[in-house]
Design a protein around this ligand. Structure first.
Ligand SMILES: [Zn+2]
Length: 799
């Protein structure tokens, strides 16, 4: 309930439009909170919200507290935050609930409130660290000893909303410009519409201005500076929507009164908030408290533009957060992300860190990006090491690498490896074959990467693996097969691939994982990202979906052939294999407009060709001009030519060529069909999952698992339901026939999910001890295995 007092669009709108001296707002607040709650959990009967409200009112009355932001912060801080040995921590039992709260409410003001109601020793004045963890001596001891191993973190999307917020206040004009840049995309407009239909570049700009002005006033209150008359007599929040304030015909500007130069640092934010809350310990002036309320509502609305809210599901939703551009400015420098991964201690809490970044299509941009990342890493090392650096201000990749060569491994800092992730994109109109343009782009990016590696071979120590990320429903794994094989030849040592994270049907998700295993050159010890489709139980997957799902004929056809291939060897599931084969043949007739008969085996052969380079003599000929004899692509090209010579391949090749180039077939591929949610019974779905699990285990391919990201993107209510516990083989979760998987831990996008690797570790530990009743030592053993797999399966250069 308290979270809706601090994050509600309706409330923000109402409070922004009533004068500051208007009292008796409780009814309006109640109805705003009710609406916010109702909008987010529509299945709740009214009486639940009403009773929760009455209970809140009763609590406030009993404790003589006034309804408002201070009371809300106080209730949250009292419920969730405790003073442990080394400072404030969140309650382990409530950690999952806290994580949910963090998708709507900024942690910083809560921590400031905690500090005021539980003052610690005087030497611990500034006690805000993001994110806030629980505390268990077993876990703390383990992390100090072994440290954490990060296998899946995107460098962009890693910064906390708190840091971005302060940057936004510090450079509002840049933030507004970035917001406008993002506004061009439909996704950003949709996200704003979902959060607040009145949110446009204009309102965004005005709100930032209001927040900045309020912050100035409250900074004065915190420092005990007397407010000038024009400030004290403010009537209405709307007066704050400009950089100057009109009072009795005169214009006043809010000059800074902060005592340090770092007015927008997290320390300063914490400091003024504690200052204000301390002064208001026994009651706050109505108008000023209202200003704080508006400030927090604006701040938390901004947070929901950066952090995926707990009631927003699916990958498409996640991708909107990557398109807002609101992290753009803050994430230009990489230093703070490495500092964050390091944590607050002397020794880094992370030992092996793999950072991912999107490769660029322009050589100078790629150079610049690599330079910024490596320079940020070096700056981070510099904070912890006193050394006579070869270049005190490195200005090029070569100079940064010279400096990095001076560093001995096994230091107190996190060790870095980089993994460029290519971006999956939808096919475009008027392409020679689907993805021809994307493929051209990918080839170009790969060539730039290979050039850089050729030019500076020392980079192969840093760029260790390659991945493809973004929406997996936009581009399939097979497209990346030839590309990854070529990259392997130029020094890329490892491969991973985002797959089975979000899917049109559970069958399609499992099939994508199978396709990744079939078509990508994954080697012993490589990894795949997410693989939710072979972990989530059919029951949870179906829970929130309609009885019928729409998908393209292409997806359906590939799924049917996959079902046939995987289930035909199961005597008890054979009938589902036969049904799928019949339907596949029928659908293939429709898609290819066939006149002759086709067998399911031929269809399977056709789709096996998806792993071949389309632009080759065996298929569509050389589209990009003749290949040079030394080209790394020559082998891919010849692979298709050899295939074309094989007996019995004539028809599959012809059909596959039509699949790629015939307008009619392509039109058919893109058409939608309805598929029953329960097309296969659960036992058949589980059998498909287990077949893929067996292949992964057989090839020793590990899974990178980011629990909070999966919880937000999949259909889980909270981390308690996550499939990692099935993979861990917990008796109540494992399904007969499951194969033990090698799982590593990842944080994915710490900023977007408001969680980092240490909090992921704690989430697993909390569920194992609290839900499954394991002893701390047993729980630690299980989570430790997952963490240490990150070291075993790391992509780092092992010398
Ligand atoms: Zn990812």
């Amino acid at each position: 309930m308290e979270r809706f007092l601090l994050n509600s669009t309706v409330l923000l709108d109402r409070l922004s439009n009533v004068s500051l001296d208007e009292v008796l707002l409780d009814d309006r607040v109640e109805s705003s909170v009710f609406l916010a709650q109702y909008e987010q959990t529509r299945s709740l009967p009214d009486h639940v919200a009403k009773s929760a409200w009455s209970s809140l009112e009763q609590q406030l009355k009993q404790r003589n507290m006034k309804l408002g932001p201070v009371a809300a912060l106080r209730l949250i801080a009292e419920k969730f935050v405790k003073n442990e040995k080394d400072g404030p921590r969140t309650d382990l039992a409530l950690f999952s609930e806290w994580q949910t709260l963090m998708s709507r409410v900024s942690c910083l003001p809560v921590m400031a409130c905690h500090q005021v109601i539980n003052p610690g020793p005087a030497n611990q004045e500034y006690r805000f660290h993001w994110p806030l963890y629980p505390y268990h001596p077993t876990v703390e001891d383990y992390i100090t000893r072994e440290r954490l191993h990060e296998t899946h973190q995107h460098l962009n999307g890693s910064t906390s909303a708190e840091e971005c917020w302060l940057d936004a206040l510090s450079h509002p004009e840049v933030t507004v410009r970035d917001f406008e840049k993002g506004w061009v995309s439909q996704e950003m407009k949709q996200l704003c519409g979902q959060i607040d239909s009145s949110l446009t570049p204009k309102t965004f700009k005005a709100r930032l201005q209001v927040a900045n002005n309020i912050r100035e006033i409250l900074c004065r209150v915190a420092q005990g500076v007397e407010l000038p008359e024009w400030m004290a007599s403010l009537q209405h929040p709307q007066q704050l929507a400009d950089s100057t304030i009109l009072h009795q015909g005169k214009e006043y500007g809010l000059a800074t009164v902060w005592p340090t130069d770092h007015k927008y640092s997290q320390e300063s934010e914490f400091c003024w908030l504690t200052g204000v809350l301390e002064k208001w310990r026994y009651g706050a002036p109505e108008g000023l408290e209202r200003l704080l309320w508006i400030y927090l509502l604006i701040q938390n609305q901004y947070l929901t533009l950066l952090v995926q809210r707990d009631d927003f599901f699916g990958f498409d939703q996640f991708q909107k957060y990557t398109m807002t551009e609101l992290r753009e400015e803050t994430e230009k420098s990489y230093l703070s992300r490495f500092k964050h991964a390091h944590g607050a201690g002397v020794y880094s809490q992370v030992r092996y860190l793999e950072g991912r970044f999107a490769p660029k299509s322009d050589p100078s941009k790629m150079q610049k990006l690599l330079f910024s990342v490596l320079r940020g890493y070096w700056e981070y090392l510099k904070c912890h090491m006193t050394m006579d650096w070869e270049h005190s201000q490195p200005l090029s990749i070569t100079q940064v690498l010279d400096n990095l060569e001076q560093v001995k491994l096994g230091s107190i800092c996190a060790e870095l490896a980089l993994v460029p992730h290519f971006i999956k994109k939808k096919p475009k109109k008027d392409e020679v074959y689907p993805y021809a343009l994307l493929f051209k782009d990918l080839k170009n990016q790969a060539a730039i990467l290979m050039d850089i590696l050729n030019h500076e071979p020392r980079l192969t120590r840093w760029i260790r693996g390659v991945d493809a990320a973004a929406n997996e429903m936009h581009a399939p794994p097979e497209l990346f097969g030839p590309l990854f094989r070529v990259l392997a030849k130029s020094g890329i040592a490892h491969f991973t691939y985002h797959v089975g994270e979000d899917f049109p049907h559970l069958i399609s998700g499992i099939r994508s994982i199978d396709d990744a295993l079939r078509f990508l050159p994954l080697r012993n010890g490589d990894r795949l990202g997410h693989c939710t489709a072979i972990g989530i139980t059919p029951g949870i997957w179906k829970r929130s979906l309609p009885l019928s799902l729409s998908m393209t004929k292409e997806t359906r056809l590939l799924d049917l052939v996959f079902i046939w291939r995987e289930l035909r060897s199961h005597p008890e599931l054979l009938r589902y294999a036969s049904d799928a084969a019949i339907e596949a043949v029928h659908l293939a007739h429709e898609v290819f407009s066939l006149e002759e008969e086709i067998s399911i085996t031929t269809l399977d052969q056709v789709f096996e060709l998806r792993g071949v380079l389309a632009e080759s003599e065996g298929l569509l000929d050389e589209l990009g001009g003749p290949l040079k004899p030394k080209s790394l692509w020559l082998e891919e090209y010849e692979r298709a030519r050899e295939l074309a010579k094989k007996v019995g391949m004539k028809r599959p090749l012809k059909l596959y060529e039509q699949w790629l180039t015939s307008d009619n077939v392509r039109k058919q591929r893109a058409e939608y069909v309805e598929v029953a949610l329960e097309y296969l019974p659960d036992e058949a779905l589980v059998s498909l999952q287990q077949a893929a699990m067996a292949k992964m285990a057989d090839r020793n391919v590990a899974i990178e698992c980011p629990p909070t990201s999966n919880t937000r993107i999949s259909q889980y209510r909270d981390v308690n339901e996550h499939h990692i516990f099935r993979w861990m083989g917990l008796p109540s979760e494992a399904i007969e026939g499951d194969i033990p998987m090698s799982i590593c831990l990842g944080s994915d996008d710490p900023g977007i999910f408001a969680a980092d690797l240490k909090s992921e570790f704690y989430h697993l530990f909390a569920v194992l001890t609290r839900k499954f009743g394991l002893s701390p030592a047993e729980a630690l053993r299980k989570v430790a295995e997952v963490n240490e797999n990150g070291r075993v399966y790391r992509f780092h250069d092992v010398r």
